[in-house]
Design a protein around this ligand. Sequence first.
Ligand code: SAM
Ligand code: DTB
Ligand code: SF4
Length: 332
Amino acid sequence: MQVKNPQEILVRHNWTNDEIAEIYNLPLLELVYRAATLHREFHDPSEIQVCSLLSIKTGACTEDCAYCPQSVEYHTGVDVQPLMLVDEVLEKARNAKEAGATRFCMGAAWREVRDNRDFDRVLEMVRGVNDIGLEVCATLGMVTEEQARKLKEAGLYAYNHNVDTSSGYYKSIITTRTYKDRIDTIRNTRKAEITVCSGGIIGMGESVEDRIEMLRTLANLDPHPESVPINALVPVEGTPLQDMPPVDAWDFVRMIATARMIMPKSMVRLSAGRMQLSREAQALCFMAGANSIFAGDKLLTTPNPPVDEDKELLSGLGLKPRKAFKDELASN
Ligand code: SAM
Ligand code: DTB
Ligand code: SF4
């Protein structure tokens, strides 16, 4: 019988909501302490993955995601842009690498990937970014297993598809596709042996139980997603969620710490919402196990902290950028 590595025992896929709630509701500093301790068992706590994000096709999306400024249903003033040219994207990727990024994520405001010339162009982008030596990630909406295989062949390293929220709350946020559609896409990318990046958003009016249920869905995927982005809603004028109150920094810390505890091997990304977080709150998120960020002045369509400010933040905390392709393929 093969002896299990003691760390593997901590990687579980049978979490219950009660167990997760017990962790989430710990006194905050106790929670941070436990998450920080576990974080050190699995990761180098001085390393932060720096990812760059580029919207390769912007706006006029047929979905009705209530949080999203790119939906055709809402008047948000987003500048609609057709699919970028390959050379333009590769130039952005080179600049991102120069600025210190090791992962490059291309986002398209599509409901799903279609087998057409646009997809061929995205495949070319994937090849090009891979040749530059960056971990290539894409977030293009729903994909079939066959499309995922084509992305893999082109050199795609990771695919981002968030569960966004709990299955129950999902219907109040998106009506144009189902939770099952989301899980199917995650499965299709997994089958094609692409690493999975999947997380969600807080601050959309969901309950604590919804947050816990969302975390349970992610943690009971087997294997766990290699990357788990935790986003705070960026409320955009014109969307149905424009008036949502800002996420409390402690709630952000709780989500990160809980994700760290239940998916100890995964990279946990402190994603959208950093504009609203103080340096100190971000430091607490890193302490609690966040080990990845999006760097660059813009996310897809909304602002992100200036690059220089982030450099200062990381160097001030004694954190260093993580190298590309570092052991993420180890089974989760
Ligand atoms: N269209 C593709 C899709 O929906 O899968 C890919 C791009 S979509 C913008 C990627 C993710 O960005 C969403 O699943 C959501 O989690 C996040 N997102 C979008 N708008 C956001 C906002 N205003 N605040 C926080 N996260 C947001
Ligand atoms: C993720 O979880 N967050 C990123 C990335 N994956 C694609 C997107 C955040 C988008 C925030 C809103 C915007 O800039 O349009
Ligand atoms: Fe479209 Fe993605 Fe925005 Fe939903 S989140 S409206 S699918 S771009």
